[in-house]
Design a protein around this ligand. Structure first.
Ligand code: M6R
Length: 615
């Protein structure tokens, strides 16, 4: 839940580390810090706040010629965000420096033991305990830093991606991972270390992703050796060619990543189905599904596990799978699933959905499902992520890096992948008629054009945002396939604008939420022509009779709702099952504009981080 970056080579480290931290800021942004070593002195600067605050505070370091450096951007777990708790942390001797993403769960007994042995602590963090534990191990047996790190890590319980620097070994950085991602960029005469590859994308396209329980000593002019932390055995480094490019991780002229990512949807949905959906031939092929088709076809039940927006995509998939394949589906919050001794049968298929592929609750739920014998299929965006490796098989969404904390393109590409899986299974099972199957393929193929058209609602969304930006509450209603879209619309609004919002099945409104409706209450109703249109119209009438302010998302040319609603947003027509891919677009735009107008930090909303790698 933090971002780490390290550099060792021949270039000046300061700009590389600072730029890298800015790219990793989506992982946490309540404090930041940097360490440089110029061959003589350690230069350390850290501060509460963002990387820009760190830059302001570190002006003295900016001209450093140091060619070794490390930096950290934090999302606080142990200890409030302040200067002292920020990373890097330094050991008592002043020789060892650490940056850490993760949690050391047994830090309290370790700390007590170290205090008995004379160590002192200035911060409230688990990380300061770890660096002193390493120092203690190193001193006790007069070990080299690599060995000391290894022995210390065998004593800790928890999760980590760490970089450790020892002043006595200034040509190396020791790195290790368990449960938090860590990539090593391999350049000519230089190495980069980071939580993902974005900090080094312009320097090298060769990367090694450490696996859990692996460590490496990144040493100048020496080949990289990777070892298992537990038994010291050597592992062959697998160097991957990166698929990411610089343009993908920059704002490209947009004011915010979120807006850029909303506008990328037509293209990334195409990327998602490219080579997999052959509409004219009537074929859907996805390697991960084909290789395991028997498992899917014999599934008595599909269990979907995910968190947040990915959970909403799972809810949409529940409607689609049941309708297309007639396989019963249950959708679970990964955080609940993992702690409730769930009943899992051998012939259940579990689908885990995650943009980042690093969400701790989803990862733990996958492990549990596997232990109970289930086959687990992953739908992930980040290639090589923990979840993509932990699952038995999977399909990537190919949405490209999603940097805005509010998920947008991840949602629509997840739905695209899940729809393709459902269609593939429906064809094999014969649960959809041939003509329906072909119709859906054709419709899915033109979804990117319809999303493009839906993006033209931007001005309208902005105009409506102006009217409702000062609201304190907002209700989102939808039925059937668009009930999860109502939940997603509400989540988008609350997480970036801090307006309290709730999503409800439209018919459920009369069982409680209707009491909230008065002339102050904006109610966003998703009412496309297909689906339960007439029923939704009745719900709109109920809101109107109670003076609620109705903002309706309707199919182009709609007359009935237009007469009732205060504001309408018109979107192109598509079938009910595919409509979430379209109806969600104006809701993303509406939240975006409201948040901007309220002066909120759209890409980095308070208290949040892009990937939640803690429970
Ligand atoms: O990376 P994941 O898809 O596993 O993340 C799950 C949630 O943390 C994520 O969707 C979160 O709810 C977003 N901030 C929503 O916009």
């Amino acid at each position: 839940m933090c971002g780490i970056v390290g550099y060792i080579g021949y270039r000046e480290a300061y700009p590389i580390v600072i730029k890298g931290l800015k790219r990793l800021e989506y992982r946490g942004y309540d404090s930041a810090g940097i360490m440089l070593f110029d061959g003589k002195e350690l230069g350390i600067s850290k501060t509460k706040g963002k990387v820009s605050d760190l830059e302001e505070k570190s002006k003295a370091l900016a001209s450093s010629k140091a060619t070794i450096g490390m930096g950290h951007t934090r999302w606080a777990t142990h200890g409030v965000p302040n200067d002292i708790n920020s990373h890097p942390h330094v050991s008592n001797s002043g020789n060892l420096v650490i940056i850490h993403n993760g949690i050391i769960e047994n830090y309290e007994p370790l700390k007590k033991e170290l205090i008995k042995r004379g160590y002192t602590f200035t911060s409230d963090t688990d990380t300061e305990v770890l660096v002193n534990l390493i120092e203690d191990v190193k001193k006790k047996d007069n070990l080299k830093i690599g060995k000391a790190v290894q022995i210390a890590l065998n004593q800790v319980v928890g999760a980590y991606a760490i970089c450790v620097f020892d002043k006595e070994k200034p040509d190396e950085i020791v790195v290790a991972r368990l449960g938090s991602p860590l990539a090593i960029g391999v350049g000519k005469d230089e190495f980069f270390v980071a939580s993902d590859a974005s900090p080094f994308i312009e320097y090298t396209s060769n990367a090694i992703y450490l696996e859990d329980e692996e460590m490496a000593i990144v040493r100048l002019n020496k080949p990289l050796k990777i070892r298992k932390i537990k038994d010291d055995s050597l592992v062959d480094p697998y160097v991957q060619e990166l698929q990411m490019n610089l343009e993908q991780i920059e704002k490209g002229g947009y004011d915010h990543f979120m807006l850029k990512e909303i506008y990328e949807q037509p293209n990334v949905i195409k990327d998602t189905y490219r080579g997999r959906l052959l509409a004219n031939e009537g074929i859907i092929k996805m390697a991960g599904v084909e290789d395991n088709i028997e498992k899917f076809l014999h599934a008595q039940r599909i269990l979907i596990i995910a968190c947040g927006t990915s959970w909403h995509a799972g809810l949409v998939a529940e409607y689609i799978f049941e309708e297309f394949t007639r396989i019963p589906v249950e959708v679970e919050y990964a955080s609940e699933f993992r702690y409730r001794n769930p009943i899992i049968h051998q012939d259940d298929v579990v689908i885990a959905i995650s943009q980042s592929g690093e969400t701790a609750d989803t990862l733990a739920a996958i492990k549990l499902a596997k232990e109970k014998g289930a086959f687990v299929f992953g739908v992930c965006n980040v290639v090589g992520s923990s979840i993509s490796r932990e699952t038995n098989a999977g399909a990537y969404t190919h949405a490209g890096p999603e940097i805005g904390v509010a998920s947008t393109k991840a949602f629509t590409t997840q739905i695209t992948v899940l729809t393709m899986i459902a269609l593939r299974l429906a064809k094999a099972k014969g649960t959809l008629s041939n003509s329906d199957f072909h119709r859906y393929l054709q419709e899915l193929e033109v979804i990117p054009e319809k999303v493009q058209e839906a993006l033209e609602t931007n001005d309208k969304a902005k105009e409506i945002a102006e009217k409702f930006k000062d609201a304190s509450n907002c209700l989102y209603l939808g039925r059937g396939y668009n009930f999860p879209v109502a939940l997603e619309g509400a989540l988008k609004l609350k997480e970036i604008s801090y307006i309290h919002a709730e999503g409800y099945p439209a018919a459920e409104m009369k069982h409680g939420p209707i009491a909230l409706i008065d002339e102050q209450m904006p109610v966003v109703v998703i009412a496309p022509k297909q689906g339960h249109y007439d029923k939704v119209v009745s719900n709109i009438q109920e809101i109107k009779s109670r003076s609620g302010k109705i903002i309706a998302v309707v199919t182009k040319g709609d007359i009935q709702v237009k007469d009732l609603a205060d504001h309408i947003i018109e979107i192109p027509e598509t079938s009910d099952a595919l409509s979430p891919l379209i109806t969600t677009i104006p809701l993303q735009l509406l939240s975006y504009h409201i948040a901007v107008m309220r002066g909120c930090n759209v890409d980095q909303p308070r208290n949040l981080a892009k990937s939640v790698t803690v429970e």
